[in-house]
Design a protein around this ligand. Structure first.
Ligand code: NDP
Length: 239
C-alpha cells in the first residue's frame, strides 16, 4: 500500500537514501530541503521536494500544507535534518550550542508536532527520528550535538508513552559514522581513528541506515515503539 512519507533533509546524505528507499518501495514520498536545488533524480523518482527550514515554524506549516495537498496526511515521518557545530566546550559559543539544539531538537519537535495532527486523526502513524551513536556515548568536541541527539531519545520515548494508545509509534535510529558530507568534513586522521574503533571496521553506507528506517515504518515493526536501534557497526555496543 502506498503511504504518504515525509523525510526532512532529504536532498542529500542519509535523508536522500531514505527517500530513495521509500520511493523504490512504491510510497508517495516528499522531502524537505533547506538550500540549493534538490537533485534531479528526486523528480525522476516522483519525489515531491518542498523547501523548508525546520528552524522556522511558518515554513514548517507551509511545507506540511503543500505535502498534504499533494500526498494527503503524512503517515510516516522521518525527522532526519540535522547539523553539527563541533567545538571544545571552552571555545563553544552559546550560539554554537543553541543553533545545534534549535535545528536538531527543537526543529524535530516542530515537524513531529505538526505531523501528529494528521496521524491522530487517522489513528495511525510512524515517526522515526535520526539520532546518533554520539548521543548515547558522548563525543569530545560535540557537547552540543550529543546533547541534541540524546534529547531525541527522551523525546521519542515520551511520545511513545503519550500516544501509543492512538496507534502511533516513535522510534529512534542511532547511526554510527556514515559516509556523507557531514563526515567528509573530518580529517583523514580523524576518520582513521573512528574506523579503528568500529568492530565492522568501516563507515556505514547511507543505504544501510535507510533500510532500518524503512523496517521501523513497515508492518513488520508494528509492535516496536520507544526503541533506539543502532546502525553503527558495533561502535556503541549495547548503548
Ligand atoms: P548532511 O550534512 O549530509 O545533510 C544534512 C541534511 O539536513 C541536509 O539535507 C540539510 O539541508 C538538512 N538540514 C540541516 N539544517 C536544516 C534546517 N535548519 N532545516 C531543514 N533542513 C536542514 O548530513 P547526513 O546525511 O550525514 O545526516 C543526516 C542526519 O543523520 C543528521 O541528523 C545527522 O545528525 C545524522 N547522523 C549522521 C551521521 C553521519 O555519520 N553522517 C551519524 C549519525 C547521525 P541543506 O542541504 O540545505 O544543508
Amino acid at each position: 500500500m502506498s503511504r504518504s512519507v515525509l523525510v526532512t533533509g532529504g536532498n542529500r546524505g542519509i535523508g536522500l537514501a531514505i527517500a530513495r528507499a521509500f520511493a523504490d518501495a512504491g510510497d508517495k514520498v516528499a522531502i524537505t530541503y533547506r538550500s540549493g536545488e534538490p537533485p534531479a533524480e528526486l523528480a525522476e523518482l516522483g519525489v515531491l521536494a518542498v523547501r523548508c527550514d525546520i528552524t522556522d515554524a511558518e515554513q514548517v506549516e507551509q511545507a506540511y500544507k503543500e505535502v498534504e495537498e499533494k500526498h494527503g496526511n503524512v503517515e510516516v515521518l522521518v525527522a532526519n535534518a540535522g547539523i553539527t557545530r563541533d567545538q571544545l566546550l571552552m571555545r563553544m559559543s552559546e550560539e554554537d550550542f543553541t543553533a545545534v539544539l534549535e535545528t536538531n531538537l527543537v526543529g524535530t519537535f516542530r515537524v513531529v508536532k505538526r505531523a501528529n495532527r494528521g496521524m491522530l486523526r487517522a489513528k495511525k502513524g510512524r515517526v522515526v527520528l535520526i539520532s546518533s551513536v554520539v548521543g548515547l556515548l558522548g563525543s569530545a568536541g560535540q557537547a552540543n550535538y550529543a546533547a541534541s541527539k540524546a534529547g531525541l531519545v527522551g523525546f521519542a520515548r515520551s511520545l511513545a508513552r503519550e500516544l501509543g494508545s492512538r496507534n502511533l509509534t516513535f522510534n529512534v535510529v542511532a547511526p554510527g559514522f556514515v559516509d556523507t558530507d557531514m563526515t567528509r568534513a573530518l580529517t583523514d586522521e580523524q576518520r582513521a581513528g573512528i574506523v579503528a574503533q568500529v568492530p565492522l571496521g568501516r563507515y556505514a553506507r547511507a543505504e544501510e541506515v535507510a533500510a532500518t528506517v524503512r523496517f521501523l515504518a513497515s508492518d513488520d515493526a508494528s509492535y516496536i515503539t520507544g526503541a533506539v536501534i543502532p546502525v553503527d557497526g558495533g561502535l556503541g555496543m549495547g548503548h
